[in-house]
Design a protein around this ligand. Sequence first.
Ligand SMILES: [Zn+2]
Length: 737
Amino acid sequence: MEQKRSKTTRKRKKRRVNPIVHILKALGTLLLSVFLILIITASIFGTVLTIYVMNFADSTTSVELEKRTESNVTRFLYDNPDYDEETDEPLDQYKLYYAIRNENRHFVWADLDQIPQYVQDAFVYTEDERFYSHDGVDFKSTFAAIVFSIIPIRDRGGASTITAQTIKNLTGDNATKGVAGIERKLREAFRSVNMEKTYTKDVILESYLNIVPQGTKQYEIIGVQAAANFYFGKDVSELDLAEAACLAGMNNAPADNNPIDSIENNNIRRKYCLDHMLKAGAISGQEYNEAINEKLQLAGNFDYSSATVYEEEMEEQGMTDWYLDAAIEEAISRIADESGTSYKDAQTELYENGYNVYCNVDIDMQRKVEKAMLDPTNFTTYDMDPEEDTLWSDFICMDYKGNVKAVVGSRSEKTSIRGYNPATTGKRSPGSCIKPIASYSPALDQDLITMTSLYNDKPLREQENPDGTKSQWPVNYSEDGLSGNWSYKDLFTYQMLLKSLNTMPAQLVDKLTPAYCYNFLKTKLDVNSLTDDESDYAAMTVGSLGMSLEELVGAYMIFGNGGKKYDVSFVYKIEDASGNVVYEKNDGYKQAISDSTAYIMNRMMQYVINDKEGTGRYAKLKKTDLVGKTGTSEKWQDLNFVGCTPDYVSGIWIGYQDPETIPTNDYQNIGAIWKNIFGDIADSEEHKSFDDTFPMPDTVVKVDFCTRTGNIATNCSSRQTGYFKASNMPENCYGGH
Ligand SMILES: [Zn+2]
């Protein structure tokens, strides 16, 4: 452009013309050029501005209005066992388990038809008298707001439409000054127009009235329902005109203008509101006079006893049970994981922002187990003076998808909320309960052994003791509590397991390597509390390590469901205050061992219960299939039993807070204690046999084996039913005996 102009000028210089004409022409050219430059600059600026504005239109226009639950109450719910979707019984689908109410934040949703017309009018005529006629943006006031945000003469906060205020309150997008203020106004304008296209005026007004700030200097009060409760001790439907004007009037600055902190300010604002209503013809002169002269009867506190929504929740406040504590912990962790915040922030979120947490609890079972654990007679198999009975115990039960149904963390009355729960966070020795999960399962899964492999009951090797002496390792524990010796007999796998001998697991761990067993526990069975120094021979063979009962019982689920390891959980769904699903448990699992391995392990563990020498024989149930394993730690400081019935896997631990030997003459009694706590519950379930819930996979062969050789019986006189993997069958017995 510049170049072109100067060329032209040069050409003209060659001709002789009148200087004045020359100057005028030059001036004209200059003016034209300046004009063109201005136009081009303006269109560039216009294009940039358009693109800029369109970006807002593209990215920020949608704000959704949803009916929200009471956002200051976090509720723990469980499935109502009597709810029947099919017959459509008039019963609630969920029952309330517990509620946590945020004492500083108050919010109760009211539907529009609960809110009297003059309450609606009071807000509309105070805040946005053209609400019913505009399309979301009141251009007059928006322009004014932009001007005043550039020239900040005074705060024009009240200039927004009700639609725009709703968006501001929902999104927290509330910049008022400078460029950010202009941007916000633009964004708000686009969103408002969009919202008016999506929702009716009634829906917008209902949202507005439910999220409008109505708080004092002390309390955060949101919406007209909570405000009616706090200021007048009434339901919003009971408010009169003066009270409506009191609430609507304070709106531009509730902390300054509410009637509790300043009745003088509120009186001015109440009059302002009534003036507007009168001017708009929403009320008569007589109504105006009555309302302006009415002396407000102020309450100034929250009384939710009149609001049905809170009645049942208030009753649920108080001591949590063991299950709830675990559900609260899990909910916090899930929220932290899903939102990427810290545990502490997630905890604040959960307690203050009105979540719904759906729990897996079987409330009937939970209450029964709680009761049974408190009953000392269920533990009397121990030689204990009741006065000195400080034996501790915990119990947990879950289904075969890892959904915890009941948990109890002690034998005494629970006295603290979210205190220590050994069942979920303890780290005690599982003893011999480690064997099925750390050595037998992986060995069977890799076809290293069958149910009738013969192993010699002998020590693995000599080891040096801390005092310098040498001894053979491992020893067996005998039933009378003495450290037993070795029989040096060949025994079948299932016999080693039912007698809980330590010698075969030691040989299996040796073959597999302790590191392999350790990784198997950690990666396949989610025993996450294990530390690297717990990966040695003693840990993997006899359970000289610490884990929680939750982890132990969770690992045993694979023996009743075909080898699948699901996440253990107390909570299956979490929703935020708007009903958005923050977390939902999926059906994902890890195939820890094959279904054939799981089935054969299950059949072998039935001997632990059913054999006359089985260490779990006292746990045998009257009506229901049970397979399981006892676990005694070194020096009889921990006794465990894990039992699998067709419906549940459950376990119990007993021991002292500071580990010491448990005084008893029969350590197998742990099975009896488990039965005292859980036997009746197990026997009352519908499924009596594993055939109903975990049928034999077609990769398993059921066939008699010879009890002399462990091979497949031919013409052998002594035989017994066995279960073998089709891929790893023993040879046929040579027979003739
Ligand atoms: Zn034979």
